[in-house]
Design a protein around this ligand. Structure first.
Ligand code: HEC
Ligand code: HEC
Length: 457
């Protein structure tokens, strides 16, 4: 018996990074707060498994699959031997341990791959964003969740095996996976350390991590000083924002439906709601939208193409599911899902001058304009908070109207009631005055003949 190198450096590095990745991914799996870390370690596990598959053919003797190619029968026989206390010592992996390794590799592969697809369908993020809708990935998501639980059970089995074996043969197996050395007969094949491969592995992992946390993750929202300082206890502060999916956009819809209030992304209501809103556009919450047939059709098409049933975002799916059949809500704020999600918000937060209306989504959702409603873009403003600098796509009218054209209660009064001009080529109008559309005249506006004024209630 002599001290012999059994596990080469890459195998040990693989073992411990896979173990820690699994542990970290497990701990960061709840909620959105640590999502980007969870996903990072998921990708890392995938990379590690791919490496191990290659290393199973190219590594040193005991790292090769050929050295521990045991089937379930041998694994069971070995377990029986263990039970009788007469299990032979294996310098490399024993048959039961080998089986655990194959199962863990397969499960790590399945869990990381289904994770990527789940992220793509659930949050519309990552490489698989847009592959599936929220409803389509329900099964894949269960595989991901149950796969992870299954993996945990195998890990527990594996650790138990290591402890039993260590006690039985009076050798510390965990330590040998750290040092690489074991006591073995002189005839045992020796491993070579392969430090260069291990160094390359380390470099690849660090490089991936550096890229991930500095470039791959969009921190623009987090960097805004007003971003989520939720002392209110509602929602969670995400550690780092993940790059979200860009939803389909339409200029006509944005210009027309964003003229009086911030746009409500089509995904927030089902098709039948949009159809009803357009059909009853002459009495749109007290206003007459007055769109011609062509405009109506074009806007409706965009809305139907991206309506809640299309599940382009998680919220769309949940909103659609929450509305009882036969009910056609005209307000997003009347859908059960919306009500449920916002029920914990305090009355004082709604009354905040920066919020004022339930329909003022952008007050709390920085990405309301984009329609994504990412958790990372959520924020309940505090009364004394400075107004955030947001880059709204529908900012034109807001610039004219002042603070914003969100749906907060207020009155407009036009100094020159008949001739109000359109400074930026928009058909701007004041819905709170006669509920009628007023067409602007650009030259008048710039000549200073027209003044606009906001009177708040
Ligand atoms: C003439 C001004 C005006 C235009 C243009 C306009 N709206 Fe509205 N909209 C209103 C008013 C006023 C309300 C009611 C605000 C309130 O009571 O909170 C409203 C409310 C809504 C709501 C309900 C919001 C909620 O509480 O969930 C939806 C949805 C909506 N509008 C969709 C649209 C769509 C789609 C278009 C484009 C086709 C559009 N609006 C164009 C004035 C307008
Ligand atoms: C007063 C601030 C506020 C306003 C205004 C507001 N929200 Fe929210 N919203 C929140 C908070 C806080 C949450 C998180 C609730 C939770 O997860 O418990 C949330 C959650 C959501 C979610 C779920 C996001 C997810 O993935 O969990 C959606 C969708 C949403 N809001 C849409 C809207 C829409 C649409 C509007 C406008 C009609 C709106 N919200 C107005 C504060 C607000």
């Amino acid at each position: 018996m002599q001290r012999t190198l059994i596990w080469d450096l890459p195998t040990r590095l693989f073992h411990w990074t896979l173990a820690s990745s699994f542990a970290i991914a497990w701990l960061t799996s709840e909620g959105d707060r640590w999502r980007s870390i969870h996903v990072f370690f998921g990708y890392l596990m995938l990379g590690l498994v791919v490496f191990r598959l290659v290393w199973g053919f190219t590594g040193s003797h005991f790292s090769r699959f050929a050295s521990f190619w045991f089937g379930p029968k041998e694994a069971l026989d070995y377990l029986k031997q263990v039970a009788t206390g007469h299990a032979p010592r294996h310098v490399g992996h024993n048959p039961t341990g080998s089986l655990a390794i194959y199962i863990l590799l397969a499960m790590a592969l399945i869990v990381s791959l289904t994770g990527i697809v789940t992220l793509g369908g659930d949050e519309q993020q990552g490489v698989a964003a847009g592959w599936f809708t929220f409803s389509q990935i329900q099964l894949l998501r269960s595989i991901h969740n149950f796969g992870a639980i299954g993996m945990l059970l195998v890990v527990i089995g594996h650790i138990t095996g290591v402890v039993v074996e260590s006690v039985m043969h009076k050798e510390n197996l965990a330590r040998s996976m750290v040092t690489g050395f074991k006591q073995a007969p002189a005839s045992t094949p020796k491993a070579t350390a392969r430090p260069l491969v291990a160094a390359l592995m380390l470099l690849a992992m660090l490089g991936f991590g550096g890229w991930w946390f500095t470039y791959a993750i969009d921190r623009t929202i987090d960097n805004q000083n007003w971003h989520i300082k939720l002392e209110t206890g509602i929602g969670e502060e995400p550690h780092v924002k993940f790059v979200g999916k860009q939803l389909a956009d339409n200029k006509l819809w944005r210009d027309e439906c964003g003229a009086c209030h911030a746009v409500f992304y089509p995904a927030l209501l089902p098709t039948r709601s949009w159809q009803k809103i357009m059909a009853e556009q002459d009495k749109h919450f007290g206003s007459d939208l007055g769109f011609d047939a062509v405009t109506t059709e074009a806007i409706l098409k965009f809305m139907v193409d991206n309506a809640a049933e299309k599940h382009v975002v998680e919220a769309a799916f949940k909103i659609e599911q929450s509305i009882p059949a036969g009910v056609t809500p005209l307000r997003v704020t009347e859908t059960p899902y919306w009500l449920n999600k916002h029920r914990e918000i305090a009355a004082s937060d709604w009354a905040n001058p920066l919020v004022q209306s339930k329909s003022n989504c952008a007050a709390c959702h920085a990405d309301a304009d984009d329609g994504t409603f990412e958790d990372g873009a959520m924020h309940i403003p505090k009364p004394d908070e400075p107004e955030p600098k947001r880059q709204h796509k529908t900012s034109v009218v807001r610039k004219i109207f002042g603070r914003s054209a969100d749906l907060r209660p207020r009155k407009c009064s036009w100094v020159d009631q008949e001739k109000v001009c359109n400074p930026l080529g928009l058909k701007a109008f004041c819905p709170w005055r006669n509920n009628r559309r007023i067409h602007f005249d650009t030259s008048e506006f710039f000549a200073g003949n027209v003044k606009t004024e906001l009177v708040r209630d």
